[in-house]
Design a binder for this molecule. Structure first.
Ligand code: NAD
Length: 318
């Protein structure tokens, strides 16, 4: 193939199967835990009002080898203009020379790799008999999250909560092909019903209280990826067995940042999901445990997903 390769959103949509990204992301978590791959410090800056955020996530995998970064961010006014709020592009380099390998459209890839992280957490941490999936948040990420997670267990019911009911209704209609019972409720109703709960909002205040969560529930907190954001209450963080993609991000930009900042938890209380995948940690302690995955979103997710896209599409045949 001639370099650099450009891979478009349309190519990603046409060619990449979500289940394949799940496997890529599972391998990536294992590569992080083994020390083979590492993320570099994240840069995230507010660039104006109403609060667009722009930044870089980057990293290196010595085995791939894969080197690169994702540039992009979150523009909350985009949806009103018919655009996706998240906009990003992944840039891959030749690790041996620094030459540009590829520019890979990152919007759909971000949704796929984020959903894959939640799905891998469910695969390794949710109870086998989980039957009700609930989600708080019905934005652009939500359908990807639900489709990826539904594939992990025999769910027969989905409860959707969103601050705008019409968007929850639209999401329910969009997911009718799943063939499971779908209802719409408040965040409390969704949380109380859940065997697995996904939170994927842009909230800066807790949406979910500890007393709403039944023993044995698995929670994937996927929305908090920036300092100040929050989706669940601190007493839920302290009640749960905590897992994350990367501990350094969990305590600085992830859901654990608030409890960590308040001195309620320490770094050693949070387990990297890669350690569970590598069987260095036993994962869920009992059927009664509440497990919580703090999915902060690491650069290596983007790089592994983009490298996979390049391997699949990079020949330029389509
Ligand atoms: P979106 O703009 O399409 O949807 C935002 C969602 O958050 C909607 O459901 C909205 O109702 C809800 N929301 C916003 N403010 C809220 C508030 N104050 N209270 C309650 N609900 C609120 O965004 P999206 O693309 O679906 O992304 C959702 C969140 O996930 C964002 O915060 C984004 O930064 C984050 N995200 C994280 C990762 C990761 O890897 N962890 C990856 C992608 C997106």
């Amino acid at each position: 193939m001639s370099l650099p390769v450009i891979i478009t959103e349309e190519q990603v949509a046409a060619r990449i199967k979500p289940a394949a990204i799940d496997a890529v992301i599972e391998n990536m978590f294992a590569a992080m835990a083994s020390g083979q791959a590492r993320n570099f410090p994240v840069i995230r800056e507010q660039i104006g009002q109403p609060a667009p955020i722009f930044g870089f996530k980057s990293g290196f995998d010595s085995a791939g080898p894969i080197l690169g970064l994702k540039a992009g961010g979150y523009w909350p006014g985009n949806a009103a203009r018919g655009l996706t709020n998240h906009q990003s592009t992944v840039i891959l380099f030749e690790p041996g020379s620094g030459q540009l390998r590829a520019l890979v459209a990152g919007n759909r890839l971000t949704a796929l790799r984020t959903a894959a992280a939640a799905a891998v957490s469910v695969r390794h941490l949710a109870r086998d008999d989980a039957a009700t999936l609930s989600i708080v948040g019905a934005g652009a990420q939500a359908p990807f999250q639900i489709r990826a997670v539904v594939a992990q267990r025999g769910f027969d019911r989905l409860v959707i909560a969103n601050r705008t009911k019409s968007r929850a209704e639209a999401l329910a209609a969009e997911l009718a092909d799943l063939g499971i019972e779908i209802s719409i409720g408040s965040a409390e109703e969704a949380a109380r019903a859940a065997d697995v709960l996904i939170t994927i909002t842009s909230s800066f205040e807790a949406q979910v209280e500890a007393e709403w969560i039944r023993r044995g529930t698995h929670i994937a907190c996927m929305g908090t990826d920036t300092r100040g954001k929050r989706e669940v209450a601190d007493d839920l963080i302290t009640a749960a067995q905590l897992f994350t993609d990367e501990v350094a991000q969990a305590i600085s930009i992830g859901e654990c940042q608030h409890a960590f900042g308040a001195g309620l938890i320490e770094e050693k209380d949070i387990v990297a999901l890669g350690d569970v995948i590598l069987k260095r940690h036993g994962g869920r302690a009992s059927a009664d445990s509440i497990t919580l995955f703090d999915g902060t979103g690491v650069g290596l997710q983007d790089l592994f997903a983009a490298d996979y896209a390049l391997s699949l599409i990079g020949g330029g045949s389509d």
